[in-house]
Design a protein around this ligand. Structure first.
Ligand code: PLP
Length: 284
């Protein structure tokens, strides 16, 4: 693969970052994953707007303009001949010298890394036909989940625990209600109404979430933004999750209890279809 590092396009084996980089030492870094369909970027403007917000919240300098980000993404798609897949972008606070809790001087150059991966079954994902099973786990992450940082150890541990129990993902629970999945926003459907947690610092403000809620409103579906419990989700007609890499993913069981019929439900299936169709049209 050809990857991007600080202005250069390099073979992946030649892209090297300092061991003093704060992304490595302190997880002092933010990232975005933008899906690619038909060699085009899905929800690109939303992902770049969130990246800039994440950088701003952490006081990391904004290294490139939106047009430059677009050029980097497009160059990587072209150089790596990506049809369906994703572009991963990470910005760290850069080389901070010897380990120090104090940030390096504000003129320290951020480290910018980007690379692509192929995912041929992105649209026709067999998981979406089958639906995911999930387990619930406590949400013990920090309280600024609205910032998309690379501090992903707990979500990774939760994913491992889900897999060890034969499930596909974990839904995280705090103070009795579900916050989000390990790497997705979550929803239930009851009597035709879509229920999802409202935006706050408790969850990542999903770019796919924003698009799906807009499509739901356009299709005259009712949406209620509020927290829900695992028991309410288990008693719902349907459940699903959204993210840039899974689009709309039906969830068919929670802690071993089937949701609704135990098969992907009509609302999730319909929203997935609309999302794929509209994203394909709007991709740049
Ligand atoms: N919530 C978390 C914790 C995530 O990590 C992600 C995506 O990686 C999402 C939600 C979904 O966000 P998006 O739709 O922007 O991919």
């Amino acid at each position: 693969r050809t990857v991007y590092l600080n202005g250069d396009y390099l073979p992946e084996t030649e892209a090297k970052v300092s061991i003093f980089d704060r992304g490595f030492i302190m997880a002092d870094a933010v990232y975005e994953v933008t899906s690619v369909i038909d060699s085009k970027l899905v929800d690109f403007a939303g992902h770049m707007a969130r990246l800039e917000r994440s950088l701003g919240e952490l006081g990391i300098a904004k290294p490139l303009t939106t047009d430059e980000w677009l050029a980097v993404h497009r160059a990587l798609i072209e150089k790596n001949e990506i049809a369906d897949g994703a572009v991963y972008l990470q910005v760290t606070r850069g080389n901070g010298g010897d380990r120090d809790f104090v940030y390096p001087p504000s003129d320290t150059a951020p480290t910018v890394v980007a690379y692509t991966w192929q995912k041929p079954l992105l649209v026709d994902n067999p998981d979406a036909q089958r639906g995911w099973t999930v387990i619930s786990l406590p949400d013990i992450r920090w309280h600024r989940r609205d910032i998309k940082t690379v501090q992903l150890l707990y979500p990774s541990m939760a994913k491992m625990e889900a897999k060890a129990k034969g499930a596909d993902d974990a839904w995280l629970v705090e103070d009795g209600t579900v916050t989000e999945g390990t790497s997705n926003n979550v929803y239930i459907v009851k009597n035709g109404r879509i229920i999802t947690r409202e935006l706050s610092k408790d969850i990542l403000h999903g770019i796919t979430r924003a698009a799906v809620l807009r499509f739901a409103a356009e299709a005259q579906m009712e949406v209620e933004e509020r927290p829900f419990t695992i028991a309410e989700a288990q008693a719902a007609d349907e459940a699903f999750a959204t993210s840039a890499s899974s689009f709309v993913m039906p969830v068919v069981s929670i802690d071993g209890t089937p949701v609704g019929t135990g098969k992907p439900g009509p609302v999730a299936r319909r929203l997935r279809e609309i999302y794929v169709e509209e994203s394909r049209k709007a991709a740049i």
